[in-house]
Design a binder for this molecule. Structure first.
Ligand code: PGA
Length: 260
């Protein structure tokens, strides 16, 4: 059985000292679970010091973004190549990046490709905004985002991509409405359906699907219990050690209930 992936996206919060303190607190509360993969996504600046601090049996690191060129005259950017030994994952196409930094479908595609080229698993975020949802366009948006993002990959490479369904309207930054697990399940089905059409059923079955959007210790189990859900991408609640360790605990309990 695949590991459940719980990712904490700290966004633009926590300096090195604050991040170190949070990791210490999480380390005290989170046990080593072989079937749960706990990933922390701190700011770029904090990745290196945290890589020296974390217990690698418990935590892995992700970057929140990277640039698609491997090196060169791109002032201010950090490449996937530079992150190779530091991060297992890179979050790509988060709605805050699409909205605030105008990342287009093509930029997201190039970043996904750069991640794969550098042997890093991209956590590709997709999801409709509230207007698209109201207009019943979820299926089209998911299709367009997914098709473009994966378009330069082979079926084998697609298997390395983690897809996070994050409806924009459910992210705390953009309204934080609570999505119903039943609705999330329908979109998971759409995602697997699209991947299957484009890359075949093997890639579709292998795809790890996460849910993200206002997940906390109380709501996590509802999403994690969805058939085929591979984990959660957690924003706000990942900054609070009670909340985040509660989410990991919920994932653990579900796994063991499922095994029993
Ligand atoms: P949230 O953020 O949990 O604060 O809604 C999720 C995300 O932005 O990845």
């Amino acid at each position: 059985m695949k590991q459940t992936l719980i990712v904490g996206n700290w966004k633009m919060n926590l300096n090195t000292q604050q991040a170190s303190l949070l990791v210490k607190r999480l380390d005290d509360r989170i046990a080593i679970h072989r079937d749960i993969e706990v990933v922390l996504a701190p700011s770029m600046l904090v990745l290196q010091p945290l890589s020296l601090q974390i217990d690698r049996r418990k935590f892995r690191l992700a970057a929140q973004n990277a640039f698609y060129k491997d090196e060169g005259a791109y002032t201010g950017e950090v490449s996937f190549t530079m992150l190779r030994d530091l991060a297992h994952y890179v979050i790509v196409g988060h709605s805050e990046r699409r909205i605030y930094f105008h990342e287009t479908l093509e930029v997201v595609r190039d970043k996904v490709q750069a991640a794969i080229r550098n042997n890093i698993s991209p956590i590709l975020c997709i999801g409709e905004n509230k207007h698209e949802r109201a207009a019943n366009e979820t299926k089209r948006v998911i299709h367009d985002q997914l098709t473009t993002a994966l378009s330069n990959l082979t079926a084998e490479e697609v298997e390395k991509v983690v897809v996070a369904y994050e409806p924009v309207w459910a992210i705390s930054t953009f309204g934080g409405e609570i999505a119903k697990p039943d609705d999330v399940q329908k979109v998971f089905k759409m995602i697997r359906g699209h991947i299957s059409e484009l890359y075949g059923s093997k890639a579709s079955k292998a795809a790890r699907l996460l849910y993200g959007g206002s997940v906390n210790a109380d709501t996590a189990a509802g999403y994690l219990a969805i058939d085929g859900c591979g984990g959660a991408l957690v924003g706000n609640a990942s900054l609070n050690y009670h909340q985040f360790s509660g989410i990991v605990e919920a994932a653990y309990r579900l796994k063991h209930k499922a095994k029993a």
